[in-house]
Design a protein around this ligand. Sequence first.
Ligand code: PLP
Length: 225
Amino acid sequence: MDNIYSAVAGNLRRIQDRIADAASRAGRRAEDITLVAVSKMHPAEAVLAALGAGQVHFGENRVQEAAGKFPDLRGAYPAMRLHIIGGLQTNKARDAVRLADVIESMDRPRLADAIADAIAREGRTPDLLIQVNVGAEEQKSGVGRSDADAFIIDCKARFGAALTGLMCIPPAEDDPAPHFDWLADRAARHGLKVVSMGMSGDFETAIAHGATHVRVGTAIFGTRG
Ligand SMILES: *Cc1c(COP(=O)(O)O)cnc(C)c1O
């Protein structure tokens, strides 16, 4: 077996075991937690290795990079689900709607407008998550905490059941737990079932605090060149 295939398969197995352990410690079921394998900056071969090992959900930051890697794989892997997880420019909304099964980074009214327009034009509706900038970091995408309720209510009215949840990336230097608690609570208040939070360094904490989706890159595919 090729190196990348055995390495990725082994890493996926270890992450799934850690997810199961974290779920069990939290009194939750492992099957209620979805692993999104973040393949940004890794070649299509890495994605193929993960697909071969049974991985279904993938995350990419950039629409253009995803467009180069994923469309060719759909035929052979019809169950595959692509998540766009990076900050999205309005002029990329149409490509994102065409390509993605889930857009996790809806974060402002003008982007919601562009996504609604793209859905109408493409006749295809991905699941939508609202990204919240829980730490109010300037360099990060996301609606601010204080604007989140109004934006969520607005997007629910507009997108209905396609709005499935919330997503966040806490500040690297903070204890992530209070941020995770805030996001899970906010999702519950609005009746949204998907809570996407936790990465390679903190996904077990995220599971303890209510994550339904964890987005793991480095621990599966290695460091990004
Ligand atoms: C890169 C990225 C991840 C994965 O981060 P790792 O630390 O490599 O696991 C998760 N979520 C988002 C939004 C990312 O950009």
